[in-house]
Design a protein around this ligand. Structure first.
Ligand SMILES: Cc1cc2nc3c(=O)[nH]c(=O)nc-3n(C[C@H](O)[C@H](O)[C@H](O)COP(=O)(O)OP(=O)(O)OC[C@H]3O[C@@H](n4cnc5c(N)ncnc54)[C@H](O)[C@@H]3O)c2cc1C
Length: 490
């Protein structure tokens, strides 16, 4: 294909789409408003420490392998990958702790301590999770099925014993285990999809396969190594990058799309927007070219925003591992505070990333790079007083419940919250993860890859299909490139 394509945004999906389109011979230019590539998959340095500012769990390694193989490359050539073992640690605030080993067979017997028969139930749960994962990837995700009818194919429904998968994840998990801590173990990964166990369909039981069977990896150097590898590949394929270039307007004409920036206006045969569709429709397109009104976007269910604290710390941080979850034994009030009654949580469930535990490039000797993520409701006010309150709460909580007191030895410190995601990334209500994967926002019901009222404009990224997460956005870029190629060939 020899068309000119402009990509608005260099997030994971934008980079993936750029690679797939440039591979076909298209003349691809990526316009990125910031100076760095990668979108929310960012990194920054401070006082000798480094931090992954966004994603830190490298999951679904098969998706990355498949991506690089498409371009006759390999993950091994692109960056060094280490499997973590244990994959992560859970610290419950009642003093209990569980290390999740890389080998699920080693995890199963540990679960018997919580509930009779849990080991067997866990094995059955994982078998079904694997079945759902294979089927979802082979039949829906990779073949780009996007119509509603594709998803109600009776053979497909029968083959996955599908109806229970439309229930909430929590109800489904309770068919296997009842103990609250075991339910938390099986349900936590839904937060990664921007949902809760109560509003996410059990279809996402496939995350159990991702979590326990496939394992958790660390790209040496952090997520930046993945972004660098994607950018290098794109450059080798001939993609042009223009950073520090904000797109301020898009206008679809019959045979091209006009792209405005602060400095100039140019035309491209087609445009792929990696910015969220809500942001593009409401700020870049004129009303006659929008597929939805403001009310539509206002009424979507967004994934959590996040209070993020980045700390460079002197001394040891045991018992924290590379990945640690700190959970109250009852987390219902926290999910209510995110999805039902938006308010700042008072007894939060939160996540810590300490990459310096396994990768010395993140912190000077004798120090650690600590990232704390507290999921919160999108749209909350996050002024200095609120942030200071949350900071104290989390540091107190860590000292009291996780046995690690970081206060008094913090060398460098930064935070980010609702405002940064709204202002830096145009995320609706400052959410961090994108549209939640509720039943109404799953599969064919997510925003379309093609802008219907603005021919020649396409979408890719976490707010479109298939959805949220670094590997899923890699696939999103491939899918949107596929839609562009289909239309170009028509
Ligand atoms: C805090 C956090 C933690 C996460 N943790 C994980 C994890 O551990 N593992 C995982 O797999 N996933 C994780 N995720 C999710 C994952 O990071 C995202 O789903 C994914 O990176 C989103 O990529 P994207 O392609 O949608 O683009 P985005 O990252 O949203 O990038 C969009 C790009 O478009 C640019 N842009 C927007 N508007 C314009 C404009 N007008 N002009 C020019 N450029 C523009 C933006 O600057 C940005 O660079 C996390 C996300 C966050 C925020």
């Amino acid at each position: 294909m020899n068309e000119s394509i402009t990509i608005v945004g260099s997030g994971i999906a934008g980079l993936s789409a750029a690679c797939h389109l440039a591979e076909t011979g298209a003349d691809v230019t990526v316009l990125e408003q910031h100076d760095d590539l990668g979108g929310v998959a960012g990194t920054f340095a401070s006082d000798g420490f480094r931090f992954d500012s966004g994603p830190s769990w490298y999951l679904m390694p098969d998706v990355f392998e498949r991506f690089f193989e498409t371009f006759n490359r390999s993950v091994e050539d692109a960056y060094e990958l280490e499997q973590l073992d244990p994959s992560y640690r859970i610290l419950w605030k009642d003093g209990d702790q569980l290390d999740v080993p890389a080998d699920p067979a080693a995890l199963a017997p540990k679960l018997e301590a919580y509930e009779d028969g849990a080991a067997d139930a866990f094995r059955r749960y994982l078998d079904h999770a694997e079945e759902v994962y294979e089927l979802a990837m082979d039949r829906f995700v990779y073949p780009r099925r996007s119509g509603l009818l594709d998803w109600v194919d009776p053979d497909v429904l029968r083959s996955v014993r599908a109806l229970p998968l439309l229930r909430s994840m929590d109800r489904y998990v309770q068919q296997y285990v009842k103990h609250p801590k075991l339910r938390q173990l099986l349900e936590y990964k839904l937060v990664f999809l921007g949902g809760s166990p109560y509003n996410t369909p059990a279809l996402y039981t496939l995350m159990g396969h991702v979590d326990f069977n496939q394992g958790v990896y660390h790209p040496v150097g952090g997520m930046q190594s993945v972004v660098d590898a994607l950018a290098d590949l794109a450059a080798d394929l001939g993609v042009t990058f223009r950073t520090g270039t904000e797109v301020t307007g898009l206008r679809s004409r019959n045979t091209h799309v006009r792209v405005s920036t602060d400095d100039e206006t140019h035309t491209a045969r087609r445009v792929v927007a990696n910015a969220s569709p809500a942001h593009v429709e409401q700020t870049l397109l004129s009303p006659d070219q929008r597929d939805h009104d403001a009310k539509y976007w206002e009424n979507r269910t967004y994934g959590p925003a996040a209070y993020l604290l980045y700390l460079g710390v002197k001394g040891d941080v045991a018992p924290l591992r590379h990945h640690t979850l700190v959970l109250p034994p009852n987390w219902d009030h926290h999910f209510e505070a995110i999805f039902d009654d938006p308010t700042w949580p008072t007894n939060p469930a939160y996540y810590l990333h300490v990459p310096s535990k396994t990768d010395p490039s993140f912190a000077p000797d004798g120090h650690h790079s600590v990232f704390i993520l507290v999921p919160i409701a999108p749209g909350l006010r996050d002024g200095p007083a609120r942030r200071a309150w949350m900071r104290e709460q989390v540091l107190d909580d860590l000292a009291q419940h996780a046995g690690v007191d970081l206060r008094g030895r913090i060398v460098t410190e930064h935070d980010a919250c609702v405002s940064e995601f709204a202002e830096h990334f145009g995320q609706p209500k400052g959410n961090a993860l994108g549209l939640a994967h509720t039943l109404q926002q799953t599969g064919p019901l997510r925003p379309s890859r093609r802008a219907k009222s603005a021919p020649g404009l396409y979408y890719t990224g976490a707010d479109t299909k298939p959805g949220v997460g670094v590997p899923i956005c890699l696939i999103s870029g491939e899918q949107t490139a596929g839609a562009v190629l289909t239309d170009a060939a028509a």
